[in-house]
Ligand binder design. Structure first.
Ligand code: ADP
Length: 600
């Protein structure tokens, strides 16, 4: 890290400032105390030195002039003291036992000495009169400046003859003390500054790795995983940094694994056709996939954390969830749900592992279609049974009548046998249609799609139906005679479609009517129209007309030998070949069936 950046980074660290200021404070405090002690001690030493020198000088003076004191004041004594004072740069004072000043080195002559006041009350003399020696530090009333005084008593046979006093001005001592103190403080400041620099260096050495670790920890917290932490020390902080690096790498790889498995889980759950919904023990939504949102009409992202019952107001769902939470076992049930249409959802509720049960996972299957198909199947079985039962009952009744004696009745027997034959034909036709329909629906009808000229198939169909039409006195008109449309279809199936439609048209058109077959092309399809001038179909029947066994008039259809499966077979064959069928009709005026088949 560049120095400036590293310093900037340091200065913003509170821990750095805490440590640095504490250390710096301690260093400066210790230094100040040391300097204060040393400078005080040095002052004491200097004063003591001066005191000793004054003591020595006073002793010398005492030994030299002690005996002259008894002679009293004299100019000679005064001059000698002056001379000694000048030579030793010391003030000397000779005082008699009664305190009268005999000589003073600071006075030019005896006349000035005489004017000096009595010195007996001065502190140093008071002390000297008691113990033979006295020291005092005070302002001289004579000279008006601070002095250090050392007074010695001059004794003879335990009798005080007088006092000798040596003094030195404190001004020079204080000057000396000041300059030494200045020196000590200068050295102290220098040492203090060096101490601060060393403290700074030490602090930042301690803080930098901690700062690096803090940045790394913050990075990890925000999801950026550093591979390397710039801490090179081999101490505990270095070990911590290596552990951090290891932890960071581990976290990174675990997060990646989690992300990948989360994405896979999302992809799997999102891609499921079944809805998946998880709730906790308080029935609050933990998760829901897109299919669940579609099935129960909510936005999966918006409902996480909401109570399930607020999202899906369903009594059935609540009961299933509560039962699962209570029992801790798998439960299932159906739920009716009003979406665009009424849907039936089958719900599998699995408890989450744990005791007490911490939540439930609900898997929703939309079984609406299944239920509908199941209904159709049951209805189909009922219809088939009914359709089979009617001709079989007739056959049984006629057969029993013949057995019970009608066989000998030459008039009735042939009639009954004809009825039995008719019913057998009906059964046969019914079973053929059912087999045909079952095969088409199961995809088992082997269609051979090829290019077929439409006109050829229409002509063949009309030829087949000609006899029936003539018998019913209905005119068949082929308006597709010159058409050259070629379709891609299975010939036999196409024949079956047209045959069914023309046969129906013949059946439901009264004699004297007409049936017209046309065809034209629309985009990629050929449109074949079979129109009749028959009884027509009321609009309410049109929607269900192509359902199996659906008839507008059941009795009439049976009478005409219909099975109710013809149009259903037409619809399925058209769809299998990639086409469609539709109808337009007006009651009493006739019907037009339109078949669309892809062009070749
Ligand atoms: P069916 O064997 O009864 O004819 P279909 O499936 O072929 O069965 O026809 C179903 C019903 O549609 C008939 O019962 C009849 O009521 C009505 N239908 C079919 N074609 C015509 C048509 N051309 N004119 C009037 N009604 C028709």
């Amino acid at each position: 890290m560049p120095l400036v950046a590293s310093m900037g980074c340091m200065w913003s660290s509170r821990l750095f400032w805490k440590l640095f200021l504490t250390y710096a404070g301690l260093v400066l405090l210790a230094l100040s105390v040391c300097v204060a002690i040393v400078s005080g001690w040095q002052e004491e030493q200097l004063v003591e030195q001066v005191r000793r020198r004054l003591h020595d000088s006073a002793t010398l003076l005492r030994d030299d002039l002690g005996e002259t004191l008894t002679t009293g004041r004299s100019e000679a004594l005064q001059q000698k003291v002056v001379l000694l004072g000048e030579q030793t740069k010391t003030r000397f004072t000779l005082v008699a036992t009664d305190g009268v000043v005999l000589a003073d080195s600071e006075q030019p002559g005896l006349a000035e000495v005489v004017k000096m006041e009595n010195h007996l009350s001065r502190k140093e003399f008071v002390l000297a009169s008691h113990s033979g020696e006295g020291t005092s530090q005070r302002v001289s009333p004579t000279l008006g400046e601070p002095f250090l005084y050392v007074a010695l008593a001059i004794k003879q046979d335990n009798f005080i003859l007088g006092y000798v006093r040596a003094a030195q001005s404190m001004a020079s001592i204080q000057q000396e003390v000041r300059s030494i103190r200045q020196l000590i403080w200068s050295v102290g400041l220098l040492v203090g500054f060096s101490g601060l620099v060393i403290t700074y260096w030490l602090t930042q050495r301690i803080i930098r790795p901690i700062k690096e670790l803090t940045v790394a920890a913050e990075d990890i917290a925000t999801g950026n995983y550093p591979n390397r932490i710039e801490v090179h020390s081999s101490d505990e902080v270095g070990t911590l940094a290596r552990s951090f690096e290891h932890m960071s790498r581990e976290l990174q790889s675990r997060e990646k694994q989690l992300r990948v498995s989360g994405q896979q889980q999302d992809a799997v759950l999102g891609g499921m056709a079944e809805g998946v919904l998880a709730v906790d023990a308080r029935q609050q939504v933990l998760f829901a996939n897109a299919a669940a949102g579609r099935a129960l009409s909510f936005q999966p992202d918006e409902i996480v954390g909401s109570p399930l019952l607020e999202v899906v107001r369903s009594h059935e769902l609540r009961e299933i969830v509560e039962q699962t939470l209570r029992s801790g076992e798998l439960c299932q049930g159906d739920l009716s749900w009003q979406a665009d249409t009424m849907r039936t959802l089958n719900i599998h509720a699995t408890p989450l592992p744990g005791d007490p049960c911490p939540g439930v996972v609900l898997v929703l299957h939309d079984v609406t279609e299944l239920k509908h198909l199941e209904g159709l199947r049951q209805q189909f079985i009922a219809n088939v049974s009914h359709e089979l039962k009617t001709p079989l009952s007739s056959i049984k009744a006629y057969t029993e009548t013949l057995i019970n004696g009608a066989l000998g009745d030459s008039e009735s027997a042939p009639r009954f046998l004809r009825r039995i034959d008719e019913q057998a034909d009906r059964l046969h036709a019914l079973i053929l249609d059912m087999l045909s329909l079952a095969r088409i629906e199961a995809g088992g009808a082997a269609l051979e799609l090829s290019e077929i000229p439409l006109q050829q198939v229409i002509a063949a169909c009309l030829t087949d139906c000609e006899e029936r039409a003539k018998a019913a006195q209905i005119e068949l008109q082929n308006e597709a005679g010159s058409d050259s449309t070629i379709v891609r279809a299975d010939e036999e199936s196409l024949m079956q479609i047209l045959d069914n439609l023309v046969d129906n048209a013949i059946k439901y058109t009264p004699s004297g009517g007409a049936i017209v077959i046309r065809c034209h092309q629309e985009s990629t399809e050929a449109v074949i129209e079979v129109s009749d001038t028959g009884i027509g179909i009321a609009p309410e029947h049109l929607e269900r007309l192509f359902e199996r066994f659906y008839r507008v008039d059941k009795a009439r259809s049976r009478e005409l030998g219909g099975t109710g499966l013809g149009l259903s077979i037409v619809k399925h064959l058209c769809q299998t070949m990639g086409g469609s069928v539709s109808v337009e009709s007006k009651l009493g005026q006739g019907s037009t069936f339109q078949v669309r088949i892809p062009l070749a």
